[in-house]
Design a protein. Sequence first.
Length: 418
Amino acid sequence: MLLTHSYWPEHSPPQRRWQSLIRHLRPYGWSVTVVTPVAHYSHGPDYRAETRGRVTRFQIGPLGERILRVPFLTGLDDRFSKLLDQVFTALGSGLRGMLCSRADIVVVTAPSLPLLAAGWWIARLHRIPLVVEMRDAWPNLVTDSGVASGAVQDVINHAVEFVQNHADGVVTVTEGFAETLRKRGVKHVSTIRNGVLLSRTPMLPPPPLQRRRLEVLYLGNHGESQRLERLIDAAKIVGPGVRLTMVGQGSQKETLVRYALRQGVEVNFLEPVYRDEVFQHYRNADSLVISLRDDWSSFKATIPSKTYEVMAVGRHITAVVKGEAALVLDEAGAPDVVGGTAQEIARLWSGLIEDRGRLLVSDAGRKWVAQHADYADLATQYDSFLRGVHERVTSRRISRLMPMPSTRTTVEDELRSA
């Protein structure tokens, strides 16, 4: 049983990750039941009235998975509305999971923090193993993002740490956060990265060596975590020699559009695209941007989910990241990891305009992804991890039921020994 706050036909990081994993887990014999809200956010290409799902009936998903829907409260994108919706849908998920037939194992994927409590409760009620998947560095992000403070922050921190400490297994998507959890005393932690379906991700031809301007593309979430205003400032510094295209949606998109207008920067803002359209945008670009804000310490152990896809297509990367993300890109041979100021980004783009030969990159990034971040291999890791958790918990429970050997010495034993 998988508990997630977002799934098909929505288009979101948990949807992309788990549809990719389920595709490869089913051949290993896993039958997956997904408990998730009625689709109401991040509309994907399959989002229609008939695919959103209903609370009163189950769906069969595109991969043969069984989908059980729970009601939602709101689809608004601000922090407070998201939190209310996550609390409401977590309550529904907990109730729906309680009424389900008993699964072999329950997996709950965060950053929907209220959903962690629902997963813990279902696992306790059904007496089945619990695996907690932390796709972000919670509860550390509570402090960095200012989601809560004071007594509320303490409650959230203790609640998240309680579930992590009492889970039968914890999965992270970065090694850095896995090590943080181990130092905190969390047991049975494994890193299973985000990744790509490499067989469906093309290696693109190089961009032209002659072009009127540098085409820079950011494609992804327009949220607080990315600090995308830096890209607009950098484009203003460089001037007409660069065109910045920003594709996607998120809580900060309207703010970014207004900011670009105030700064007098012509940014090509586009709505989200999917599947082959994504690769067409990549094909038209000279450099692809990965961006993560550098003033939240927890992001040192965070890798943007689009990183591996960008590495796999063979385009130049403008990598505005630090920490583990920068280390991965450096290990994969990505040449241009830059600092987090608009001036540093602008210097890089100006250098690329002067020497477009720097845009020609090797296939080292794709080879790194093939070795470390192909979902076909990541699903194999997940299969082994889930089976190991189930066997360990089952063996522990059987041993508790086994009678302890008697240590009392009977009269008959004493006569025999004499």
